[in-house]
Design a protein around this ligand. Structure first.
Ligand SMILES: [Zn+2]
Length: 552
């Protein structure tokens, strides 16, 4: 028996290399990720090595032809997840987590193009190319081998099949196998979206009472920015004048301590536009979403988007946004955010018959920054103003230029918001709320610009939150409390907006509204992490890089 086995192993050297390659390269490269504890990495290597042993033993029972077919099949299903995981490990030094994997399925082609253009280097390309070619060569070179009889070695065969079955069906084990995990998340995501679409459609005909506590006609604008961290806004103390217009607005309330519940657009928008939170993700299915509440309260609802949305670019928050009565998708024009002003003007010049809720989704400061503003806003130049502190080795001239460009997007955003406020001034009882979906790290502590949960720091979740309400209207709203120092997360935004409009319904919780007198501070989470632990992580990173960021 031993002799037969040794002979079988000897004959299948290439098969063994192939399996090591497919199953172990990613777990073995994973320690370069900065976001994963060693315990997890060791468990990963252990599980994948076990799977390798089982598959290798199963190869003994196959004919040469079947071996090649199974190996090709394995290559086919592992190649895409393998390339993605490896590329992220090589260029971003992160092992992808669930939310980021989901955002890969939802990212539209345009966005991916820009993302790839930003991060792509010849090394990444070379790595990915070599990664894909090696297993093909191995399969082609696999030699003809003698197979073992299943009947003679039935216990070995059955044992292998049982282990294989359990490692794929036990979730904790399956999660450690990168490609199995990738497909598991994909199918769960597809199923969840289908269930949500159906539930939202069905509940439209079910009665749900929404009343209002104040009857005057109002116009409420909610502008959701993109990737704007408050650390680059002069409204929050940044050392460059990135908010020249908004800082002149006397009726603007600048909330000092608001964070986002995640650092990726999709999970944030899903939280903001619905009651769903970490504890109750099913509220997307079981409770009405933001637009639905306002529709039921008799509002005219609008959604204007300069972010790809609907059609071929469908994401899992579309079903929430599509509940608006009027939808304008401007993203296909691929223009900076001023495109939202014309439709906004059109809405605001119509006579007010019913109260209006207008939600606008900007492209804001989305990577790649230089595409987000017109030439006139190409203002900041570190060579001239000397405002980007040098010293850190990663702050190369290129990195400083990126900071200049990011700051240009913030300056441009300032003008868009100021313009929207200007248009709204003509209305009676107007209200405008602006916040960014999440923030962005722009070379604050390391050679990195962007936002990724795997690399989370405070600039990625510390967002601007602004409320514009004219003084006279504010005084007439004695039911609202405006305390700019309250610690808040946009996770509870639906309660706050309901409160601003005076909406009341089953499930409304006054203690979760930022504007309520009965507001209670709650524990704030960013993904699965407490905000405090994100601060701690960031402080540790800042101490190790020796460079505290220059923003605030
Ligand atoms: Zn975003």
């Amino acid at each position: 028996m031993k002799k037969i086995m040794l002979q079988a192993i000897k004959e299948r050297k290439l098969q063994l290399f192939f399996l090591i390659y497919i199953l172990l390269v990613i777990p073995l490269v994973s320690p370069i990720a900065q976001n994963v504890p060693a315990r997890y990495l060791i468990a990963n290597i252990f599980v994948n090595a076990g799977l390798l042993a089982v598959l290798f033993l199963l190869f003994f029972f196959m004919t040469s032809k079947t071996e090649k077919v199974i190996a090709s099949l394995l290559l086919f299903i592992t190649l895409v997840p393998g390339v993605i995981f490896l590329a992220y490990l090589l260029f971003a030094h992160v092992l992808l987590f669930e939310d980021s994997i989901i955002s890969l399925f939802e990212t539209n082609p345009e966005e991916s193009k820009e993302f790839v253009a930003y991060y792509l280097s010849p090394w990444v390309l070379l790595g990915v190319g070599i990664y894909a070619v090696i297993p093909i060569i191995l399969i082609c070179k696999m030699k003809r081998t003698k197979r073992l009889s299943v009947w003679k070695h039935k216990y070995l065969f059955l044992g292998c099949m049982t282990i294989l079955f359990f490692s794929l069906s036990i979730e904790r084990i399956a999660k450690s196998i990168y490609f199995v995990n990738f497909y598991r998340i994909f199918f769960e995501y597809k199923m969840r979206t289908a269930i949500e679409d159906k539930a939202i459609k069905e509940r439209q005909t079910v009665p749900f009472a929404v009343t209002t506590t104040n009857s005057e006609l109002k116009t409420i604008i909610v502008i959701i920015g993109e990737s704007e961290t408050r650390h680059h806004m002069s409204l929050y103390g940044y050392n460059r004048p990135t908010n020249p217009l908004l800082s002149k607005e006397s009726d603007l309330l600048v909330y000092k301590d608001v964070i986002s519940p995640q650092v990726h657009t999709i999970p944030v928008i899903r939280s903001v536009m619905s009651f769903a939170d970490k504890k109750n993700p099913d509220y997307i299915i079981t409770r009405p979403s933001l637009f639905e509440l306002f529709n039921r309260a008799g509002y005219e609802t609008y959604f204007i988007s300069n972010q790809p949305f609907g059609g071929n670019y469908r994401t899992s928050y579309d079903n929430l946004l599509e509940q608006a009565q009027h939808i304008k998708n401007l993203s296909l024009r691929k223009k900076p955010d001023e495109v939202i002003l014309e439709p906004l003007k059109k809405i605001l010049t119509q006579p007010l018959v019913r109260s209006q809720l207008i939600v606008i989704h900007l492209i804001g400061s989305h990577m790649a920054y230089e595409f987000r503003y017109p030439v006139a806003f190409n203002v900041f130049n570190h060579r001239k103003d000397g405002k980007v502190k040098s010293g850190a080795p990663y702050l190369t001239d290129g990195a400083k230029t990126t900071i200049d460009r990011y700051d240009n997007t913030v300056l441009y955003n300032d003008s868009i918001l100021a313009e929207a406020i200007e248009l709204l001034k003509k209305r009676e009882n107007p209200l405008l709320v602006y916040f960014s979906d999440h923030g962005e790290e722009v070379y604050d502590y390391r050679d990195f610009a962007g936002h990724a949960y795997e690399k989370i720091t405070t600039p990625m979740c510390e967002i601007p939150f602004l409320v514009w309400i004219p003084d006279n209207y504010r005084r007439s709203r004695g039911d609202l409390c405006f305390d700019i120092n309250r610690p808040y997360s946009t996770d509870d935004f639906i309660y706050s907006l309901s409160d601003l409009a005076g909406l009341r319904y089953d499930g409304y919780d006054d203690s979760r509204s930022l504007f309520s007198y009965t507001f209670k501070e709650r524990e704030r989470l960013v993904g699965d992490l407490s905000y405090e632990s994100v601060i701690e992580l960031t402080n540790r990173l800042a101490a190790s890089s020796g460079h505290l960021h220059t923003g605030q």
